[in-house]
Design a binder for this molecule. Sequence first.
Ligand SMILES: Cc1ncc(COP(=O)(O)O)c(C=O)c1O
Length: 351
Amino acid sequence: MSQKIEITRIEKSKINDLDFNNFSFGSVFTDHMFECDFIDGKWANPKIKPYQPISIEPSASVLHYGQAIFEGMKAYKDKNDEVWLFRPDQNFERINKSAVRMAIPEFPDDLFYDALTKLVNIERDWVKHGDGRSLYIRPFVIGNDYAIQAVPSKNYKFMIICAPATLYYTKKLKVLVADKFSRAASGGVGYAKAAGNYAGQFYPTRLANDEGFDQVIWTDANEHNYLEEAGTMNIFFRINDTLITAPTTDTILDGVTRKSLIQIAKDNGIDVEIKKLKVDELKNAAKNGSLKEIFGAGTAAVVSQINAFQHKGELFELNELDNSYAEKLKSNLVGIQTNQLADHHSWRYKV
Ligand SMILES: Cc1ncc(COP(=O)(O)O)c(C=O)c1O
């Protein structure tokens, strides 16, 4: 039996202060948040309360050693105002996988689902229907010992906050294939949704942005020969009519969107190959015309088409396609998420 969640409601919702047609993703938060502390060896005092600042001491371990993990998931509203999560079991499994790697205690499953569904239910007015609209949900955990010793924290805070979302990338992307910096090394924490993985990308990504690229496509840290993933998306390549994506090793985040698109592609009779693709193979395919599409896949980005990439100063541009796999897979995925298409794999989860 899950612990009882204490609920304190906001007096007056902020929802009418927001112009839902004009805000930037991840900068506006809903009325409530979930908070739970790990103290004396157990998760305790679960609460839903008005969204507000938290108080931690300057010695809090997360501020010094970065013991922090997070998740990203979305809730969708259908035409009948029912609210749905998409494969929340995958996010639950992944946050605990990240937790184990970062020496953070795992979170109990009954409390995770109870917190998630109660919070999203309270915030259901913030979930809008329509093109690309959803509620982004951010569970996260931080080390919260008040001691600057470089050891795993004994105390933690698990929280969930929610942000209304619209489309993340609305244009086709131009990306830089990494040949110097790395995102994740073998044996490291690349497969975990660890906060530091993102901080480490900011500088090289900013350098790429300054040169006019939207994102960096990371390659293996050993030799920069193999294509891995983007900063917040897994990557798919269509060579001839085969869809190729990298296997999820310990340097790649095992994306929920990636595994869903692989299944949807197979359901649509599209050949999918999960294999390590060399940068040189990609360049050759671009040169001989067999490279038809590149796209990223992630909860925030959904399916984002990439129409140009550069590697070691060589720029490759892709032609427009009539029968794009990216568009087909995206409309299938969004159709399932928003309860417009049949859910053959039981991915939807009603709130
Ligand atoms: C590094 C990285 N890769 C891939 C993804 C895509 O994962 P998902 O589809 O589960 O959102 C994300 C986003 O969460 C990410 O941060």
